[in-house]
Every structure is written in structure tokens, then in C-alpha cells.
Design a protein around this ligand. Structure first.
Ligand code: HEC
Ligand SMILES: [Cu+2]
Length: 319
């Protein structure tokens, strides 16, 4: 166990926060940890002292017994209560700080939990994406979270505490990411068969990189008729095999049941982080969604190898 703690791979460790929310929880945790170490040392020292000082020696008389000692009883009732006060005050202060109103220039992202993927909407920018949320470094972000179906929970440990994502109610997380990079997260409330496969990533970009990303995401897809072969044929497969009933591609289809695919090619993973967004990953997913992700609401649609190759190339071109 001690060696496991030395591992360098800790993509979901709350001990390496990269946002102010995470920092506050980390400070609280470390403060309480060191107080606990202090209590431990005092208690163990007292125990060892008593063990040695009053241990049985040959010929020694029995030690004096203590019964109904009011002062002692009050003392050992009060001491833990005082310890709890020391834990409660900074804890409650942290709760209030992390629930504070967001600054006026914060970026709002609507988080919608689905069985078993995440939808991210940016109402101020008018863009929609799935499973990979981009945010700019150094700017406050407000997650305004709700669920389409059952209770989920949003948890990106490096950014901050987890919060439930409930149908019919909006919960909020406010954080300001401080370092550029990918942060891993996942659903943290059991929500059905593929709960463990309900992952997400938060990509913290430099502000100018974020602006480029947002611009790109706002571009509509190339109209099917303007596409070159063989992409046009790939789009035809998309349009004729029922994909359009559940997926949106701006200017091509407007389904709402599944993730928006307008820029699916710009994501690094698909199906909420369980497969890489490569031709192989896409093919595996389209061949057998429920096999890759038990319970997935995306049905298996029979495609020939040719149709599959055309469709995958089309999806990859949507970046
Ligand atoms: C009945 C609705 C439905 C149909 C029809 C459907 N899908 Fe899906 N699709 C979904 C749902 C729901 C998901 C999310 C699955 C998950 O991650 O659990 C999904 C996920 C995906 C993803 C992964 C997107 C991402 O960013 O994670 C791709 C790609 C995809 N579908 C492509 C297609 C294609 C191509 C077709 C047609 C051959 C198709 N889908 C047909 C509902 C559907
Ligand atoms: Cu969930």
C-alpha cells in the first residue's frame, strides 16, 4: 500500500488540485490532517506514559482505582467536543466560501447528465458539446447542472468537490482553473448499468486557445451537397441509417437524444471517455455500442464494411 502511494499516475487525485475550489478543500484537508496528527501524538504519548509508569512490578501494591470522578468525566467529554469545534469552524467556512456567488464575468457552462454521457452547453456562446468540456485558464467558471433522467454526480477531483446532478433541480459548482491541461472526472453517483463508464474530461486551455476552440465549435457543418466524395457518401450513410433521429449536426440533422456530433472529430475520446476517437475506436463503437457500454441507449445499427469506413471517415471530418 505504501508503494502504491508513490505511483506517478494520479489523474483523479484530489491531493493535486488545479483550481481554487480544489485548493480550498486541500487546505482544509491538510489542516485537519495535521491537527489529527497532533491529537494522535498526545493520546499515544499519554497512553505509553500510563503503560510504563503504572505497569505491574513484582511486589508493587495495586494502583488506586478511580470511580465517579466528576472533573475527569467532564474533561474527557469536553475534549472531543473542543476537537470537533476545531474541525467544524474551518469546514463550515469552506462550505460557505465554495458556495459563494460567482463573479460577474464568469463563464457559464450548463452541465446535463444523461445515462451515460455528459452534455455541455455554453449559453453565452451558443455552443453545445459532449463529454469534453473546454474552459479558459484563469477565468471563473460556473457549472449550472441538471439531469435528463436519474441522479448523477459531477466530480473532477482536481478541480473541486463533487456535487449531485439532479433531475428537475439546478445545482452549481464555481471554480477558477489555474493550470493548463486535461482534468479527468466521472459520475460519482450510481446511476445504472454504465455508471462506471460515465466519464468526462475538462480541458483547461490558454484563453486564446479557448477562443479559437469556441470559434471553431460555432462553425456549422459543411452542407452534405457541398462535400467531396467520398465524404458525401459517408454523410449519406449517416442520413439513411437512422443516425439523424438521435444526433444533431448543425445544418444536417437535429436529433436530441444523443451527443451533438457537429464537431465530434475535435474530441479526443468518444462515448464519455471509454474509447479513443480514432477510426478504430469509432468502428468499435458503431459496431456494437451496447457491447462497449452496457445498457447504452445507442442501438446497434447493421452496416456493411464499406458503409462503416465511409461513415467513420465522415465523422472524423467533423472537426
Ligand atoms: C436511438 C438513438 C440513436 C441512434 C439511432 C444513433 N445514436 Fe449514436 N448515440 C446515441 C446515444 C444516446 C449516445 C451516447 C451513448 C453513450 O455515450 O452512452 C450516442 C453516441 C454516439 C457517438 C459518440 C459521441 C461522443 O462524442 O461520445 C457517436 C460517434 C455516434 N453516437 C454516432 C452515431 C451514428 C453514426 C449513428 C448512425 C449509424 C448513430 N449514432 C445512431 C443515440 C443514438
Ligand atoms: Cu451518472
Amino acid at each position: 500500500m505504501a508503494l502504491a502511494a508513490c505511483s506517478r499516475e494520479y489523474p483523479q487525485s484530489a491531493l493535486h488540485p488545479t483550481a481554487d475550489f480544489g485548493d480550498q478543500i486541500d487546505v482544509l484537508f491538510r489542516t485537519i490532517f495535521w491537527w489529527a496528527v497532533g491529537v494522535f501524538v498526545i493520546v499515544e504519548a499519554a497512553l505509553l506514559f500510563v503503560l510504563f509508569r503504572y505497569r505491574d512490578r513484582p511486589g508493587a501494591a495495586d494502583p488506586k482505582r478511580v470511580h465517579g470522578h466528576t472533573l475527569l468525566e467532564v474533561a474527557w467529554t469536553l475534549a472531543p467536543a473542543v476537537v470537533l469545534v476545531f474541525i467544524a469552524v474551518p469546514t463550515i467556512r469552506t462550505i460557505f466560501r465554495t458556495e459563494a456567488a460567482p463573479p460577474a464575468d464568469a463563464l457559464t457552462v450548463e452541465v446535463i447528465g444523461h445515462q451515460w454521457w455528459w452534455e455541455f452547453r455554453y449559453p453565452d456562446l451558443g455552443l453545445v458539446t459532449a463529454n469534453e468540456m473546454h474552459v479558459p485558464q484563469g477565468r471563473a467558471v460556473v457549472l449550472s447542472m441538471t439531469s435528463e433522467d436519474v441522479i448523477h454526480s459531477f466530480w473532477a477531483p482536481k478541480l473541486g468537490g463533487k456535487r449531485d446532478v439532479l433531475p428537475g433541480r439546478t445545482t452549481r459548482i464555481v471554480f477558477t482553473p489555474d493550470s493548463i491541461g486535461e482534468v479527468y472526472g466521472q459520475c460519482a453517483e450510481f446511476c445504472g448499468e454504465s455508471h462506471a463508464n460515465m466519464r468526462f474530461r475538462v480541458m483547461v486551455d490558454a484563453p486564446e486557445v479557448f477562443a479559437l476552440w469556441a470559434d471553431r465549435q460555432l462553425q456549422p457543418a459543411v452542407p452534405v451537397d457541398s462535400l467531396d466524395e467520398p465524404l458525401r457518401q459517408g454523410a449519406q450513410v449517416y442520413l439513411t441509417k437512422g443516425c439523424l433521429a438521435c444526433h444533431a449536426i448543425t445544418g444536417v440533422s437535429a436529433g436530441v437524444l444523443g451527443p451533438n456530433l457537429t464537431h465530434v472529430g475535435s474530441r479526443t475520446t468518444i462515448a464519455s471517455g471509454i474509447l479513443p476517437n480514432t477510426p478504430e475506436g469509432l468502428t468499435r463503437w458503431l459496431r456494437n455500442p451496447v457491447g462497449e457500454k452496457p445498457g447504452s441507449l445507442m442501438p446497434q445499427i447493421p452496416l456493411t464494411d464499406d458503409e462503416m469506413a465511409l461513415l467513420v471517415a465522415y465523422l472524423q471530418s467533423l472537426n
